[in-house]
Design a protein around this ligand. Structure first.
Ligand code: FE
Length: 346
């Protein structure tokens, strides 16, 4: 009896030891700052047994860290929330090109890096639009139909926006540079600065709340922050969303600016196969559903049906998004930062 028990114990210890030795860990460097993503990672671990170890930073911090760590980096998967930064990581050689039939079939070419002879470096798994929110009682819809109108003198003293140097704005302004040219974009930025109700501070949600507080009348925000407020059960959020309306700018011209959140395998990953498996998981219907319903983003995978009520409501089901080469947006970033300095956009 005792002997059997000891034998069983021995076997249990041996298998626990084996499991530990075999436990695979993926090091994820992530700029995604959304609490709903926890379930996304847990499900991957449940399905594969691969544990996720996360290092959180912003896009720029992650790219700088990868560069500094070089070949010694433990990073396996990189998740960024801005197309220009994904492009930067690609250009700086921080990502490992991969070949994945699953990803190439699932994700349209506009939402991933251009393929090279070695493969594709990054894939976009979700998108967010950068839109205008305005006070219905004080602003007429026709005053905020386009990004260009944010610089219109009739909107003087009305606008709240986060820092011009934040990646979401750098990419928006980079896109506008592509549409309008450098000279007109700098004039436009000057006009936007002249229209600010206050110096830029806080995140996108803070700008919408400032409209609610009467500090400004027009705010610029990514759509998922708006959807989060729309789905909130907090009475203050409900009152705020009653007060404001949303415009997808430039529906009559080049379309609303869209940004991409995506991922890549780190150049020096020691677990490249598992890292690729993780990216393929992000394109699965289950993961795409997390992006859509957990964090209120538009899924990029073909054929995934959007059911998020807030996203459907704010866009009336669909909207016209801009179509520009991401490389162009990325390439404009340095110029945009110089323009911001010249026009005093903090
Ligand atoms: Fe964000």
């Amino acid at each position: 009896m005792l002997r059997t028990a000891l034998l069983t114990l021995g076997l249990t210890l041996a298998s626990a030891h084996l499991a530990q030795a075999q436990e695979q860990v993926l090091n994820l460097y992530s700029a995604r700052h959304y609490s709903t993503d926890e379930a996304l990672y847990d499900n991957f671990t449940k399905a594969t047994g691969i544990r996720i170890k996360r290092v959180d930073s912003d896009d720029a911090g992650i790219l700088a860290r990868l560069k500094a760590e070089g070949a010694a980096s433990v990073a396996d998967v990189i998740l960024l929330v801005d197309a220009a930064r994904l492009y930067k990581g690609e250009v700086e050689g921080l990502f490992r090109p991969i070949r994945s039939k699953a990803l190439e079939e699932a994700i349209p070419p506009g939402y991933r890096a251009a393929p090279t002879a070695d493969g594709t470096t990054w894939f976009g798994f979700s998108t967010r639009a950068r839109v205008v929110v305005y006070d219905k009682a004080k602003v007429k819809r026709e005053e905020v139909q386009t990004y260009e109108q944010l610089a219109d003198p009739r909107n003087k003293g009305r606008i709240c926006i986060r820092s011009g140097s934040h990646p979401y704005n750098l990419s928006l302004f980079g896109a506008i540079t592509e549409h309008l040219g450098e000279k007109r974009t700098e004039q436009w930025l000057k006009g936007v600065v002249a229209n600010l109700a206050r110096d830029p501070k806080g995140g996108d949600t803070d700008q919408i709340k400032a409209v609610g507080a009467g500090e400004c009348q027009i705010a610029v925000s990514n759509t998922y922050y708006i959807a989060r407020l729309m789905r909130s059960s907090n009475p203050e959020d409900k009152a705020l969303m009653e007060r404001v309306a949303i415009v997808f700018p430039n529906q009559g011209s080049w379309g609303t600016h869209l940004n991409i959140a995506g991922g890549a395998v780190a150049r020096n990953s020691k677990n490249a196969a598992a890292a690729q498996r993780f990216l393929e998981y992000l394109a699965s219907p289950q993961a795409q559903d997390y992006f859509a319903n957990g964090n209120n983003e538009w899924p990029t995978v073909k054929g995934v049906k959007l059911t998020n009520p807030a996203l459907l409501a704010m866009s009336n089901g669909a909207f016209k998004a801009e179509t520009i080469p991401l490389a162009a947006v990325g390439a404009h970033q340095v110029k945009v930062q110089q323009m911001l300095d010249r026009v005093g956009f903090k």
